[in-house]
Design a protein around this ligand. Structure first.
Ligand code: 6CS
Length: 305
């Protein structure tokens, strides 16, 4: 992946000094750019995939690194470099309860999150990476934090009348923007939508611009992400949630070698979900805390694709 190769070159060329690269803006929970840890820093873990005591590593270095996308409200990086958004805020709160003071965020596209986790570029994914069979086969998901919905971002008036996945299947002339390797791309592929109808754009704002410029008929993305984009793009209309899309749910994702940490994390997450703070975080970002009640990672990992 070009951006990943350039990033790796950047890191090798500049060593740990590489702070900002197109896909690797090193950011912290504090409001200042932090020097990135040396590659494979801390503990005995690393690209070798050897068992790493993530809890000891997080306590020792004072943070865990998280892969994020910067797609509000799931993940957001503020102007002063603070990593926030629903998933990072919940993750930070839970690891703090485990004695790990903070998190550091690394921005990367969705299709780079699992490869980066496996390469030990971050310790967890807290991006709203929705659970489905292929992802659940590669990483260990915590129990879900968010259950949300998908929509189409369209020109005002929705001229092509796109409200469902079936509408896209029924009209082979429709062009739908998706993020490369994103959950929505997978929904359309699983539904049998031919590749010629998919327009892959890696940047959300560029996706909106393409719809408004008439280069595509819709942008397929989570409902709340499109609503956040529509706040700055008055010409964008967000359809009601797509009823024939699968249930989207996400939580933190870990390496398979970090099973011991997953168990500790899940135990603390279950306690945290019973606190007012959990509901306040989800509500602050526009999510319904009740939507995740009774939903399990096992159930969400049945999503096809
Ligand atoms: O899980 C995914 O791939 C999707 N998740 C979010 C929060 N946004 C778009 C992305 O395709």
């Amino acid at each position: 992946m070009t951006s990943e190769i350039s990033r790796r070159t950047m890191l090798r060329g500049l060593g740990a000094a590489a702070i900002v690269a197109p896909t690797a803006a090193w950011l912290s929970g504090c409001s200042s750019a932090e020097k990135p840890p040396a590659a494979n820093a801390g503990g005995t873990g690393g690209a070798t995939g050897s068992a790493t005591d993530l809890l000891a590593k997080g306590k020792e270095q004072g943070y865990l690194r998280v892969g994020i996308a910067n797609e509000p409200p799931y993940t957001k990086v503020t102007a002063d470099g603070t990593v926030t958004g629903c998933e990072p805020d919940v993750f930070r709160a839970v690891v703090k309860r485990l004695g790990i003071p903070d998190i550091q965020g690394i921005i990367t596209p969705y299709n780079g999150m699992i490869p980066g986790l496996k390469a030990n570029r971050w310790d967890a994914i807290t991006a709203g990476l929705f659970m489905k069979q292929s992802r659940c086969a590669e990483v260990l998901y915590s129990e879900p934090v968010i259950v949300s919905t998908e929509s189409f971002g369209v020109e005002k008036g929705n001229p092509a009348g796109i409200t469902s996945v079936q509408d896209v299947k029924d009209n082979p002339d429709l062009k739908i923007i998706v993020l490369p390797g994103g959950f929505e791309e997978g929904i359309l592929q699983e539904a049998g939508v031919p590749d010629k109808q998919l327009v892959r754009i890696n940047d959300n704002r560029s996706g909106v611009e393409a719809v408004l410029a008439g280069r595509a008929d819709a942008f397929f993305l989570p409902t709340l992400s499109l609503r956040a984009l529509a706040e700055d793009e008055k010409g964008l209309e967000v359809t009601p949630p797509v009823e024939d899309a699968p249930k989207t749910g996400s939580g933190a994702a870990f390496r398979q070698s970090d099973k011991s940490f997953l168990d500790i994390y899940n135990e603390e997450l279950a306690k945290f979900k019973k606190t007012d703070e959990f509901g306040k975080i989800l509500t602050k970002w526009g999510f319904d805390p009740a939507a995740v009640k009774g939903v399990t990672a096992k159930e969400l990992c049945q999503n096809e694709g």
